[in-house]
Write a protein that binds this ligand. Structure first.
Ligand SMILES: Cc1cc2nc3c(=O)[nH]c(=O)nc-3n(C[C@H](O)[C@H](O)[C@H](O)COP(=O)(O)O)c2cc1C
Length: 182
């Protein structure tokens, strides 16, 4: 079946939770699916105008946490209401503290969080590049000192059916399995 003219399905898409402070130190969070790694220490996210963008324009900083199976409801909530109207952090009942490295909040309900400064923000192109200056990971998601995605249980946004899906079991070894054909 051809889907000409329909919206493209690109998968997997992320479930990134971007947290910021406003000029008065009030925390906010939003959900973003269109984001990816740009360099080992950089993240690229596509953003239209939001309370979030207004916030990091003033503070120059944000954090990025990863939606998980245990945080589906709050993660979706952060994407369906704007901090321009409501204090979403209070309404979601989550706990935050200030990052030790950047002027942005860390939401304690998420087990993995990147602490970022704004490297480049182009509102016309809707492109944000963040420099990742530190990463916080709960002990509960580590195996031998490494982040274990099997324990993190990150979710992916499914744009075809408007679902969140959990990322699954390992099925191969990167940079290794293909060597059999080289
Ligand atoms: C699953 C999902 C994915 C989203 N992805 C993006 C995205 O990649 N970029 C974007 O600008 N908005 C995205 N949004 C919309 C924002 O999260 C939404 O407009 C939010 O209310 C903005 O919050 P804020 O105004 O408090 O910053 C997404 C929403 C959902 C539910």
């Amino acid at each position: 079946m051809e889907f000409a003219g329909k919206k493209a399905i690109i998968t997997p898409e992320a479930c990134l939770i971007i947290a910021t402070y406003d000029e008065n130190g009030i925390p906010n969070a939003m959900n973003a699916a269109w984001g990816t790694q740009k360099d080992p220490d950089e993240i690229l996210i596509v953003l239209s105008n939001h309370k979030t963008t207004e916030n990091f324009e003033k503070t120059g900083a944000f954090t990025v946490a990863f939606g998980t199976v245990d945080t589906v409801v709050i993660s979706d909530y952060f994407g369906v209401e704007s901090g321009k109207k409501v204090n979403k952090i209070e309404k979601a009942g989550v706990h935050v503290h200030k990052s030790a490295h950047v002027n942005a909040p860390i939401i304690e309900e998420y087990p993995l969080t990147l602490e970022c400064t704004v490297k480049k923000w182009d509102p016309e192109a809707e492109l944000l590049i963040g420099k990742i200056v530190a990463m916080q990971a709960d002990e509960s998601i580590l195996t031998d000192g490494k982040v274990d995605l099997g324990k993190l249980k990150p979710i992916s946004f499914d744009p075809s059916m408007n679902l969140y899906r959990v990322l699954g079991e390992p099925v191969g070894h990167a940079f290794k399995d293909g060597l059999a054909l080289r």
